[in-house]
Design a binder for this molecule. Structure first.
Ligand SMILES: [Zn+2]
Length: 288
């Protein structure tokens, strides 16, 4: 599932090829991608638009157009944006495609079809849309230790569930939340209200570090995520906790355990990340 590092990698790879190009032809094959709008209408509106900038906000990839409009693409579970040359065999699960004025193609594939394309006609509506859904970017000044502490300390839910709220920190998802909590030695089921200020400070640092490491490794290609050229990211090779059930904790050697927190598979070191006092240890979710 693409999170900030994966979407940022897609953005940085696409930007040099797409910025300044005009969409000469658009095709949207899957009505789910743009519903409730009719796919033909959105495709017709995209044709003729010049892409000024390729940006990212949280997990949204944003194509900013010369007419002030923006296409906000969310990859959700299995979406991918791939570059291909005309005449090459179409990729699997192709849902939409843009042809640019240099003859190149931008393909959107999505096996599970949860991804969305939303077209906004002006800056104000897209800014409102994003502001309602997203808190500060993790590398912005707005995401400070004090902001993180303030955003979580009134909430009773398990800390990990609160961290996945995109209004707390935009772009953090299941994978990098596990890595951040492991690095900060904090149990994901700690009630958010019990996070102490020094722990919030440490966690603020480990969230930035986990996301920065993910970007440096060009994202994690665990299942479906690919770079626009089809290449794989390598972030998964450096994970300490995520997806490492039964393997030794890199810090202490204790086997990593898998739990379910807020319905999400969660990976912890039971030695480094102590069960919060006053709570029974969570049941271990058995793998098939
Ligand atoms: Zn450990």
């Amino acid at each position: 599932v693409p999170e900030l590092p994966e979407v940022e990698t897609v953005r940085s790879r696409l930007a040099p090829d797409l910025e300044g190009r005009t969409i000469v032809r658009a095709r949207i094959d899957d009505p789910r991608l743009v519903r409730p709008e009719p796919p033909e209408a959105i495709a017709a509106m995209l044709e003729g638009l010049r892409i000024e900038r390729v940006e990212r906000r949280g997990k949204y990839l944003l194509l900013r157009f010369d007419d002030g409009g923006t296409l906000a693409i969310h990859l959700r579970m299995t979406g991918n944006v791939l570059r291909r040359v005309a005449g090459a065999e179409p990729p699997k699960a192709l849902r939409a495609e843009l042809e640019l004025d240099d003859g190149s193609l931008v393909a959107y594939t999505d096996l599970r079809r949860f991804g969305t394309w939303e077209l906004f006609r002006d800056d104000e509506t897209v800014a409102d849309f994003l502001a309602q859904r997203l808190g500060p970017e993790p590398f912005s000044d707005g995401f400070s230790p004090a902001f993180l502490y303030g955003a979580v300390h009134r909430r009773q839910s398990p800390l990990k569930a609160v961290l996945l709220d995109q209004r707390v920190v935009a772009g953090l998802g299941n994978i990098y939340a596990d890595e951040s909590l492991w690095a900060a030695k904090i149990h994901p089921e700690l009630p958010a209200s019990r996070l102490r200020r020094p722990d919030a400070e440490r966690l603020h640092g480990t969230i930035r570090e986990a996301l920065a490491a993910g970007i440096a490794a060009q994202g994690a290609s665990i299942r479906d995520y690919r770079m626009p050229d089809g290449g794989h990211g390598s972030a998964q090779e450096r994970f300490a906790a995520y997806g490492r059930t039964g393997l030794p904790c890199p810090r202490c050697g204790t086997p990593i355990r898998r739990l379910v927190v807020g319905q999400r598979g969660t990976h912890i070191c039971p030695h480094c990340q102590r069960t919060p006092r006053g709570r029974k240890p969570p049941p271990v979710d058995r793998l098939p």
